[in-house]
Design a binder for this molecule. Structure first.
Ligand SMILES: O=c1ccn([C@@H]2O[C@H](COP(=O)(O)OP(=O)(O)O[C@H]3OC[C@@H](O)[C@H](O)[C@H]3O)[C@@H](O)[C@H]2O)c(=O)[nH]1
Length: 458
């Protein structure tokens, strides 16, 4: 499709003020710009400088700065979720709500054909008045929406939801395995807590979805079709899928130090472990993790933040550990290029927390997957990978959420040992999924999404 053909179709993008939301919205803008669609992208002023380099079509994607108003109690200068500890997020939502006048002005000035938004539940009130369509775009897995954010969930209006209530999936929920068990539901209690002034998280997202003209989800039919169907039927809305909206692979090559280190090992023999951008382990669990890797006898590279109370990873390592694993194990306290490491021929196993990004990177890679999830959506992603797709193993945790070095080592060995039945089964399933979820399929999702947008506005 040529640029000129789509130049009348202007979009407005308005993601929640957190990088985990702004970034996939921007990937979507990029994919649409690739086909000639222009967009105005609403962002807190400070976020613009961080995202500029990800705007691949600056002549078509215009960043529009929003001044984030100060809300009492919110630390001075807060603009995005990464500026604040999690307990302040409700105040940031209140601040987002107070940008409504600015958003309305942009709509009046730019006259978009449609708006793609997520957490600002009041967007449809504006779009209805202007006769513009609004698509609510969820950037987390469909399963994590389907289990908590549907009308059948019946969140009590006048009191907080309980763990017992959360343990029961909503009526009609389409899976008996992609569920939270026991203490795991605690990470969902937040849904009935305030998220903005006078509104809970559940009420906000429910309204944002219910009042939209269509729902969009960052997933594929092949993997999460039944969850998407369920969400659509719960809300009585069309559901458009964008595919996982992964970033373009970076053009910078893997750092030399890792190229050198990794090339000292046999193909497929190294275990790589990383837990995303947020997780900080308790010190004793951090030690158990590295000891578990030591126990496997395999070469390993761990990239984790220093655990709680430690300034560096080195000071938190168990006694004698460094000397014992010298030459075959590295624990690194900084950022590494995960995608490139997963692609390195020496790397054969990925131990991850199964955050949304890591889940897809793991699925698309050739590495065996061992999963240790920490929070709600990571746990659901893990169950999905281990029990629905059957491409990964989940490390056992006890009732106190503790995993032992023995169990970790056992899980890694069960997928890495040559001749392991479990390993061969997962490998074969993984191969099938990797082949199916290819680049062509991802492109077809963008094409279909564009068709859906056109049908919606016509
Ligand atoms: O050292 C690192 C660590 C991570 N990464 C990259 O950082 C990204 C991490 O994203 P993930 O979605 O996996 O994990 P995060 O924990 O950062 O995400 C957060 O948002 C997505 C949710 O599913 C998670 O629950 C939440 O924690 C991946 O693309 C990964 O390749 C690195 O490149 N290097």
């Amino acid at each position: 499709m040529s640029h000129s053909k789509n130049s009348n179709f202007h979009l407005l993008m308005f993601p929640w003020f957190a990088f985990g939301h702004m970034t996939p919205f921007l990937h979507l803008s990029n994919r649409l710009a690739e086909r000639g669609y222009s967009s105005t992208f609403l962002l807190p002023i400070k976020a613009i400088q961080h995202l500029q380099h990800l705007n691949l079509y600056p002549h078509l994607i215009t960043f529009h700065p929003l001044a984030v108003p100060h809300v009492e109690g919110l630390p001075e200068g807060t603009q995005t979720a990464s500026d604040i500890p999690i307990q302040f997020t409700s105040l940031l939502a209140a601040a987002m709500d107070r940008t409504r006048d600015q958003v309305e002005r942009v709509i009046r000035d730019t006259k978009p054909k449609l708006i793609i938004y997520d957490a600002a539940h009041w967007v449809p009130e504006i779009t209805k008045a202007f006769g513009i369509k609004a698509i609510n775009y969820s950037v987390v897995s469909a399963a994590s929406i389907a289990i908590v954010l549907v009308p059948a969930r019946n969140v009590p209006k006048d009191k907080p939801i309980t763990e017992a209530e959360l343990l029961v999936p909503p009526t009609g929920y389409p899976s008996s395995t992609v569920v939270l068990r026991g203490h795991e539901v605690r990470s969902l209690l937040f849904i009935s807590q305030p998220f903005g002034e006078g509104i809970t998280f559940y009420e906000r997202i429910y309204k944002a979805m219910k009042e939209s003209d269509a729902l969009a989800i960052r997933t594929c039919n092949e993997t999460e079709g039944k969850f998407c169907e369920y969400i659509g039927s719960q809300y009585g809305k069309p559901v458009f899928l964008t595919g996982p909206m992964l970033p373009e692979p970076p053009k910078t090559p893997l750092e030399d130090r890792w190229v050198k280190w990794l090339s000292g090992f046999q193909p497929g023999s190294v275990v790589f472990c990383a837990f995303g951008s947020q997780i900080v382990l308790e010190k004793n669990q951090f030690q158990e993790l590295v000891l578990g890797l030591e126990l496997t006898g395999l070469p390993f590279l761990v990239a984790l933040k220093p655990p709680m109370g430690a300034a560096t990873v080195e000071e938190a390592l168990p006694k004698g550990f460094e000397a014992r694993v010298k030459g075959r194990g590295v624990v690194w306290g900084g950022w590494v290029q995960q995608l490139m490491i997963l692609e390195h021929p020496s790397v054969g196993c990925f131990v991850s927390h199964c955050g949304f990004g890591s889940m897809w990177e793991s699925l698309m890679s050739d590495c065996r997957a061992v999963l240790i999830p920490h929070l709600g959506d990571q746990i659901l992603n893990t169950r999905f990978m281990a029990e629905e797709l059957k491409v990964a193993v989940e490390v056992v945790r006890d009732e106190k959420a503790w995993f032992s070095k023995e169990d970790l080592s056992k899980s890694i060995k069960s997928v890495m040992d040559k001749g392991s039945e479990m390993g061969s089964m997962l490998k074969e399933n993984h191969r099938k999924w990797r082949e199916m979820l290819n680049k062509g399929l991802m492109t077809s999702y963008v094409d279909k999404f564009i068709q859906n947008m056109h049908e919606l506005v016509n």
